[in-house]
Design a protein around this ligand. Structure first.
Ligand code: ADP
Length: 427
């Protein structure tokens, strides 16, 4: 009885199950009476009671979730149903017409650890949308889709689908399969994309507004003022360059993201790259009054894209010169490092400055796009806020990483880690 009550999809119709129960009861009582275990009178009374219960049960409702439920033992799911659910990657719960759980899979258990077979699902997943959707699915025998969110312990968003399965004698579904899809990662990506577009537009709009302002001034008040024209044109050039740099960084970022899954496979020696980058930044170092010391000898081979590794080191050394200039000194050292946490032999390039350093609360966010400790300072230095995001993406593509050691007032060390590779074989 309780079996048909909770898993009607796997019996025939309710009426059919009841008829089988009546026939079985008749047989059992007949045998008991014939063998003398029960007197014929008791056998007839027993049969009538069981048959009446079976027929009443067959006519009983259960179409509405949350209907008054008799205390029945937990329904047992069929092995095939259990196996079917176990093979699904998304959380799935099978519900009977009475809203009780017939079966569920491991992902569903992870989603709602309090789920129990035979208990009303509404005790565990307490959303009105769910009760409504399940009731409607049984009533209309058509799938219902709804979304809901959880606030505790974390913000999470889900889409759930209630799908009818099987046909009861009354043409309604016997069972509902509730499946869930976690929309949280999608939502986060959407939010990040929206933030990114807003940030990028804002970054471009600021120099553009300055350019438009100066153009108007040059067309109007300053039209015949040669001195003002010189001054404004110089500012306009700085702003236009800033826009060009920003667009360049944005394009690089999207190109690197497109290739993120393709690991570069050319052998590259980091030592000459370090020297080339430091040589290229000597003018900036002189302008800032900083001496750059390089410690790199022999060779240090990695699998990499030369231009991208140049870009990483340029960003790190340039940042040290821009933000750490007060320390008057920058050390760049390339050498094999200790084995990484996952057992990989690594090449390391350390860029150390003796400037103001970075407070610990900023460290985890430095590689986020457009994150700056001090927006004003970054803009004054011609920064786009994308340099360290680029560094992080390039290193990830090289199966490497960036670590930062710093404390406020104690300078900063940015360390690039890339797996060491065999030197190329001489041809
Ligand atoms: P930006 O274009 O602003 O330089 P980055 O992504 O290269 O963008 O750097 C992000 C922020 O990290 C910088 O704005 C700065 O606040 C901080 N930063 C980077 N390098 C250093 C450093 N060597 N010393 C102190 N702060 C740094």
């Amino acid at each position: 009885m309780s079996l048909t009550e909770h898993r009607p999809a796997f019996g025939k119709a309710r009426g059919g199950s009841a008829a089988i129960a009546v026939v079985a009861a008749a047989l059992v009582f007949a045998v008991m009476a014939a063998s003398g275990v029960l007197s014929p009178g008791y056998a007839v009374v027993g049969f009538v009671v069981v048959a009446a219960a079976a027929l009443l049960g067959a006519r009983g409702g259960g179409d509405t979730i949350g209907a008054v439920l008799p205390p029945v033992p937990a329904a047992r799911a069929d092995a095939p149903l259990q196996a079917l659910l176990a093979g699904l990657a998304d959380p799935v719960i099978a519900l009977g017409r009475d809203g009780r759980v017939i079966a569920f899979n491991e992902p569903a258990r992870a989603l709602a650890p309090a789920l129990r077979q035979g208990e009303p699902v509404s005790l565990v997943l307490r959303m009105p949308e769910l009760s409504e959707a399940v009731t409607r699915t049984f009533a209309e025998a058509a799938p219902q889709r709804f979304q809901y969110s959880e606030r505790v312990p974390l913000d999470r968003w889900f889409e759930a689908v209630a799908a009818p399965v099987g046909h009861g004698s009354n043409g309604k579904a016997d069972m509902v399969l509730l499946s869930f899809r976690d929309l949280t990662p999608l939502r986060r990506v959407e939010e990040m994309r929206a933030d990114f577009v807003a940030n990028a537009s804002h970054e471009l709009r600021t120099p553009l507004a300055a350019l438009l302002g100066f153009i108007e001034t040059l067309q109007g008040r300053a039209r015949d003022d040669a001195k003002a024209r010189e001054k404004f044109l110089a500012i306009m050039q700085v702003q236009a360059r800033r826009m060009a740099r920003l667009i360049d960084d944005l394009l690089s970022l999207s190109r690197i993201e497109l290739n993120a899954h393709r690991r570069p496979d050319g052998a590259v020696d980091l030592v000459p790259i370090v020297r080339q980058v430091v040589d290229g930044l000597q003018t900036l170092a002189r302008d800032r009054g900083v001496t750059v010391d390089v410690e790199a000898s022999g060779s240090l081979w990695v699998l990499g894209d030369r231009d991208e590794l140049v870009r990483v080191l340029e960003n790190l050394v340039e940042n040290a010169l821009k933000y750490g200039a007060t320390g008057k000194r920058v050390d760049v050292a390339a050498a094999p490092g200790p084995v990484s946490p996952d057992g990989q032999a690594e090449a390391q390039v350390r860029v150390r400055d003796y400037g103001p350093g970075i407070a610990p609360e900023h460290l985890p966010r430095l590689t986020e796009r457009f994150y700056r400790v001090n927006v004003r300072e970054s803009r004054d230095q011609g920064g786009t806020g994308l340099g360290l995001a680029l560094v992080k993406h390039i290193l990830a593509r090289h199966r490497g990483r960036l670590t930062i050691e710093s404390a406020a007032g104690a300078g900063a060390t940015f360390i690039m880690h890339v797996p060491i590779a065999e030197p190329p074989k001489a041809k």
